[in-house]
Design a protein around this ligand. Structure first.
Ligand code: PXP
Length: 267
């Protein structure tokens, strides 16, 4: 528990990509990621995240259209900053768009966006999405130079990449995991001082979520692979509810619970 100082409410975004991975292993419609999204919301998820990859290996264009039509909570659309994805995002106008780096050979998103090195190509994408009313998030490492560049670019949000911390913690390299956690904490403070909203995600499990959930500036976690995998054994609703409970426990008392945030963004 994070002491007794009340913290901001922390949202849980459930990433349902890997329900589509299982569906696509056989083609057809089962299991349906949109059904998973409804189950996750009923179990306490505050929003749904889906990544439409350029190679469509899991989520499809039709899934995004159905999620946008059917969801009662905000959709966080993960996308590469390409012309094709920008067009799709502008067509659906999700609540938030999270720009991620994409590499065709990777198994999952491997590192954060290089906002410092890619300012010029990112700028028009961020602007077009913001002009359309989407909240723009950049998935980046907790590196001060990258955070400064994100603020300069006009992003609303940064999502700090927790993958490295999770890997180190799970393989028992405590010293290195603590150092990475300190870097994430410093990044969260720095981002918040720059006026950026701070999210975090990637690789989080029941064993790693508490340390990240306890970082005061982090107001949203996005979690996918572990929850979908755990859902196979205990049911997705139970896995989501347990994750929510662990986040709440790590966070301690909350300043104020928002009234339910709906797709219109009303809080
Ligand atoms: N956040 C971002 C930006 C991601 O790309 C992913 C993976 O799609 C996640 C969070 C969720 O990561 P995981 O599936 O490992 O929980």
């Amino acid at each position: 528990m994070n002491g007794t100082v009340p913290q901001k409410y922390q949202r849980l975004g459930v990433n349902i990509d890997h329900v589509a991975t299982i569906r696509n292993a056989r083609g057809g419609r089962h299991p349906d990621p949109v059904r998973a999204a409804h189950i996750a919301i009923n179990a306490g998820a505050d929003g749904i995240t889906a990544h439409l990859r350029e190679d469509r290996r899991h989520i499809s264009d039709a899934d995004i259209a159905r999620l946008k039509d059917e969801l009662t909570r905000p959709l966080n659309f993960e996308m590469a900053a390409t012309e094709e994805m920008l067009k799709i995002a502008l067509q659906h106008q999700p609540h938030a768009c999270c720009l991620v780096p994409e590499n065709r050979e990777e198994r999952t998103t491997e590192g954060g966006l290089d906002v410092v090195g890619r300012h010029a190509p990112l700028e028009p994408v961020v602007k077009a999405l913001r002009d359309a009313g989407c909240r723009v998030s950049l998935f980046i490492e907790a590196d001060r130079a990258q955070l400064d560049a994100a603020a300069e670019l006009g992003a609303d949000i940064v999502e700090l990449h927790t993958g490295q911390y999770c890997e180190l913690a799970l393989c028992g390299d405590t010293g290195a995991a603590d150092a990475e956690l300190a870097r994430l904490r410093d990044g969260a403070t720095h981002a918040s001082e720059l006026g950026l909203e701070v999210h975090a995600g990637h690789g989080l499990t029941f064993n790693t979520v508490k340390a990240i959930a306890a970082i005061p500036e982090v107001v949203e976690l996005n979690i996918g692979h572990f929850l979908i995998g755990e859902g196979i054994f205990v049911g997705l609703d139970r896995a989501v509810a347990q994750m929510r409970a662990m986040m709440a426990d790590a966070r301690g008392p909350v300043i104020a619970y928002p009234s339910v945030q709906t797709v219109s963004g009303a809080a």
